[in-house]
Design a protein around this ligand. Structure first.
Ligand SMILES: C[S@@+](CC[C@H](N)C(=O)[O-])C[C@H]1O[C@@H](n2cnc3c(N)ncnc32)[C@H](O)[C@@H]1O
Length: 210
């Protein structure tokens, strides 16, 4: 019961903060990173998860921990409206991109980037993570629990197959529901857990060897 009440308070606080961010900081400038979109979730009966953003402050805490000699090319798998890419621009990545299945969200992300003047620094690609063929061009991957376990397994296999034996990659997995897929299938070099108090979710940063 206590836990239920605590979760209710955390969620209520988050909704208030996010609504403030949207109405005051975003809508007034034509931006939208914050509003949830459950279209894909409903249409796919929960196989593909809908859009909700990762908290910006938490993203900056994550990116401060990254080794930029090793992690140079970031791909956000299921990038939605582009909040991860927007925050990544503050850090010395050499390449920053995201893939997103829902076309409407790609358009919103592109509009956001144009308004912020970062459209030349980031790329939002309309693609299904299951069929994406360019994983080999990236060495750090962000995932915010974008789909079911079965789909994640397929995507992890594709990333694995795109690499050479001995390659090292970093996976940042927010709300890591199916961490076993990476921990059991790959050689784990480092593992760090962070907690986002605002959303009450963990993030796992994994360094993995193929
Ligand atoms: C929880 S949101 C995360 C958005 C963003 N990465 C963030 O952390 O703020 C997950 C996103 O994954 C997208 N998605 C779900 N299945 C996908 C797939 N098969 N390929 C590409 N994107 C997908 C959804 O449309 C949604 O925008």
């Amino acid at each position: 019961m206590k836990n239920k009440i605590r979760r209710f308070i955390v969620r209520a606080k988050r909704y208030i903060v996010f609504l403030f961010q949207y109405l005051v900081l975003e809508k007034t400038r034509g931006l939208d990173f914050t509003m949830r979109d459950l279209t894909l979730y409903k249409e796919s009966n929960g196989v593909y998860h809908g859009y909700s953003k990762t908290n910006e402050k938490h993203l900056r805490d994550i990116f401060r921990r990254i080794d930029y000699d090793e992690c140079t090319k970031l791909l956000d798998i299921g990038c939605g409206k582009g909040v991860v890419l927007k925050e990544a621009v503050r850090f010395p990545f050499k390449k920053i991109a995201g893939i997103e299945l829902e076309k409407e969200l790609v358009s919103i992300a592109e509009k956001n980037f144009k308004i912020l003047g970062i459209a030349d620094k980031v790329q939002c690609i309309h693609a299904d993570a299951v069929n994406f063929t360019e994983y080999g061009s990236y060495n750090i991957f962000f995932l915010c629990n974008p789909f079911s376990e079965k789909i994640l397994q397929k995507v992890a296999d594709r990333i694995f197959d795109s690499k050479k034996k001995g390659d090292v990659i970093t996976v940042i997995y927010h709300n890591p529901r199916f961490l076993n897929i990476f921990e059991d299938g790959w050689q784990v070099i480092d593992k760090e857990m962070l907690h986002d108090a605002m959303k009450d979710y963990d993030t796992c940063i994994l360094r993995l060897k193929v």
